[in-house]
Structure formats: C-alpha cells, structure tokens
Design a protein. Sequence first.
Length: 462
Amino acid sequence: MSLGSRSSRRHHRALQHRAIALVVLASVLVACVFHNGASNGSPGSIPSDLEPGDVVHPSPIPGSTDQTIELARTKIKHIVFVIKENRTFDTLFGRFPGADGVTQGTTCDGKTVPLLRAPDRVGDQLHSFFDGITDINGGKMDCFAQGGYVQYLPQDIPHYWAYARRYTLADRFFSSIYGPTGIEHLWTFASQSDHFIDHERPGQFGSASREFCDDPLETALAFRSMARQEQERIYQAEDEGAQGLAQIRASLTSRWPCFDVKVLPDLLQQRGISWKDYRGENPFVQPLRMVRHVRFSSMYRNVVDVSEFMRDVKARKLPAVSWLTPSFKLSDHPPTSICAGENWFVTEMNGLMRSPYWSSTAVILTWDDFGGFYDHVPPPHVDLYGLGPRVPAIVISPWARSGFIDHDTMEFASVLRFIETIFDLPPLTSRDANTNDMLNAFDFTGRPRPPLLMRPRTCPAR
C-alpha cells in the first residue's frame, strides 16, 4: 500500500468522524428545542411542565412559515393516522441507508451484542411503563430483555422499506409515553392520559378484555396528585432506571379508567370537520372508550369497524381526519406475523392510492410503542410520562418528500400538531403545543409523487 493511499484513507476517516460528530451535535440541538422548557438529558435539568397542561398559544416552530402553512392547507384535505404496534426504529429500519440506525446493541452488563435477524413471528417482550424506564436506563439504552435484541432485514419487510424509500422516513420519532399499548393509543387522541400510565392493573399481559367506561369495577394505574417538589423527585427517579422504580410505584394509585379530557375529535366537531376512528378488534386498544363524554354520546358513532375505511374510500365518504388501526392479528404486535400486518397495510394503501383522495391525502404510519425491542437513541425526557423509546414513522403522500429522512424530533403529539395546523385548530395540551408540526416532511412546491402500488406477498409458514 502506498503512503499516498494510506494518507487518503486517513483523510477519509477523519471526514467520516467529523460528519458523525456534526450529526450528533445536530441531534442534541434538536432535542433541546423540541419542547419549551424540556430537558435535553443533561443532569439536573427539569422541564417546566411535568404534567401536560392546557395552553393558550402554541409555540412557534422553526421552519413552518405562514407561507408554508397556507400552501399545506391548499394541498392536504385528508389525513389518515395509522397506528400499528410494538416495534422500534432499530428493529425495522436499523439498516436503512442514511438513517440513524445500528446493527448491534449494548446490554445491561456492558456487553455489545449483534441484533439477530428477527423471524416473521417474534416473541412478545415486556413493554410496560416500568419496562420502558428500565430499558432506557437513564439514557444509556442498555437494559433491554434478551429477546429484544433483534432486527429485520430489508427483504423481511420489503413493502415497509419501499414506502420509506419512496416517501419520507422519520428517524427521530418517539412514542409519547414509556408504554404500554393501550394507554399509548390514548395519547394519539388527547396528547395526554389524565395521569394514567397503563390501561389496567397490574398490566396488560394475559389479562381479560377491558371495558373501560362500561365497567366501573375496572381499575388502572395512574399518578396521584402531587405537588411540584414530588413531581421533580419522580422525574429524577425515572432517570435512575430500575433503581428508581420503587419510588415511582409509590407515587401511583388505582382508579377507574373512565374520565373526561378534551380529545382532538372535540376540536374537529366544534369546527364542523369530519372524523372517524376506524378500529380493528383489539380489546386493549379502545382509547375513546376511556373518554366518558365520547363513549356516552353520539360521538361514539364515529368509532367504527376498520373494514369501513375502504368502504368509505370507495363510496367517496372519507372524512377529513381518520384514525386507522388494524385488528390485533394484523397489527404487527408480537407474536403475530409482521408479513401479514404489512400485507394489510399494502392493501389499504393500494385502495387509497387508486382513489381520487390520493392527490389530497397525507398518511402518517407509526407504531404505538417500543414493544420491549432494542433501540439505541435515548429519548428526550420531557415530563413524567416520556418520551418513550423511538418508533418508526413514515409520511406517505403525493406531497411527502421523496427519499427523504426527516431527522426532526417528533412524537405522537406531532401528528396532532400537524392535524391542528392543517385545519387551524388550537392545541390540546402543552405537548402538542410545543412539538414539531411535521411540515418539514413535505414539499408542496414540486410535482406530486405518484402512487406506489404493490402486491401483497406470500408470508412464511408458521
């Protein structure tokens, strides 16, 4: 090897290291501005809002000019929020070119291990609120269960990768709360959970179906009312990982998971904007059944079976805002087939893309929580509830940037902020008021992207 070639390689490595350092610095800066007053992970830094509260005016978001917002409102007339289950970014897209992903992880005993290839049906991992805190481990991201250190290859989930390549993939999108499934879905409507950290007690695993407002005997875990000083102690305990769990548990109470909070459908109905919650059969995922004024009013007629989504598309009755959630067996929740779940999504998107709605629609696809699977990016600690570990998100629209990786820090409340921005609605809580509005994922000045029609594939045998 010549001296010149060795020198050239050293120069190349130096440039690589410099580029990596700039990416890390940019990530830190983004986390710092993600929530007003939110911690960026530095010791002793405590956010001003430890409970998502009411707001009067939303904060300005850098990059979203009045001109961009007005242009977005002329192009986007329908928004579909698709929520699948229990995967992290590294699990699905850790190998995606240009994204912040890894192929190995760190364990609680300090070892570095490869992320093994995940089978089509992977085992379920623990992913409660407490498991999220344990696995994050104060930002070290090193205490996941052994079965969580797995990853899919591109050929295992080719359609998800195809959507990510054609449209926009977000690689700093986090779940709103540490876990688990049921309560995460509530955040996709309310940008809060009325202090609840779970949809039942003691946890979702192996328990009977839930009825929420229809069963006054049910209870679920929630933070009790606390003064600011105690809230700060709990916030700091969350940064201690497993060592802080006893103190966190002491701050909890059990109460009936039936309550009244303002939800995005309230704002939509007040403005005469149509909406529906298309929901597949899943006893643990019934967020609006927890909200008393929705469950026991005519609003609940808008909670319909997931099969009605495509019927409404074909009948040209698609509402302006839709939540679209598959049945459990098609949700990607372990131990179900991720191939079957991917095929369901392809079928729904093919129908939408073939319809007249495609030209004016934005689809946001994400997964509701980390599912106990490994991810290497520490989430911003913005309040008592999260953020939880990173989950994948794909923005699919004729106006989404093509082949773009969005490095902006986002969460479920960002989708609510996006909906609020498009339809000129006020924020629900300090969470959606102070988060990103997702408009960076769009280009409304260029030519619209064509549909990506794909054929469902044959799934592996059980």
